[in-house]
Design a protein around this ligand. Sequence first.
Ligand code: NAP
Length: 244
Amino acid sequence: MLKNKTALITGASRGIGEAIAIEFAKNNADIIINYYNDSGEAQKVVDKAKKYGVKCIAVKADVGNFDEVKQMAETIQKNFGKIDILINNAGITKDKTLKNMTLDEWNAVINTNLNGIFYVTKAMFPLISDGGRIINISSIVGQYGNFGQCNYAAAKAGIIGFTKSLAKELGKRKITVNAIAPGFVKTDITKNIPFFKKKIINYMTPLKEEAEPIDIANVVVFLASEKARYITGTVINVDGGLTI
Ligand code: NAP
């Protein structure tokens, strides 16, 4: 579905980003794997993707550092010349109640999860082709809030406003801009949620289980494809029905 397309996926060394990268490779897209800390894991994803015969490189850059992001844009320009699909996926959590949250914990999450989306989209903008796709990974927490996640919820809600505004700006170039709001997905971010809390979440979820990363990746592939050409400015919840 994505032949001759080039995709940048931020935070693609593991979790949801890795699943998106592998599904994109299966669909013949060339891929840039962005990561921050773990070059070994990023290289493993590159090796897996290349098995599908696509061009794939890993680029280290902190999405919350505009200078590093601009350098990543230069590397992409040199190696690929364009981006057709941008997936803003990189994200972190630093959970505390407001009473206990430090300024550093607030700023780190806002900087990576929200400023990062602005920095990456701004720096990649000259490379994004007409008819392109921008897909931002938000969260149901940005829609409904969550105890102990004021910083994360604010960033993820901000992503939804960013998505809708940019969709209005870029429609005339046939670039679609959408967000996905996952519920609970089995990745490193959720691995420390206590067992009893996971049990309660699964009980409240109509589909009675957490998502696998591929459940999110499948929706990203659809939004990135020609089949989704008339969808823009929307948020698709992939949450097993938890928010209905
Ligand atoms: P994850 O398994 O912890 O993976 C996070 C990825 O982001 C890693 O590849 C990590 O790379 C990268 N990353 C972190 N900080 C970065 C930075 N400053 N610059 C560049 N890359 C950075 O998380 P995940 O669960 O897959 O989450 C992916 C996205 O989905 C996040 O935006 C998250 O908020 C969102 N989401 C997740 C869930 C869930 O239940 N898992 C639910 C809703 C939304 P390194 O390892 O190299 O640092």
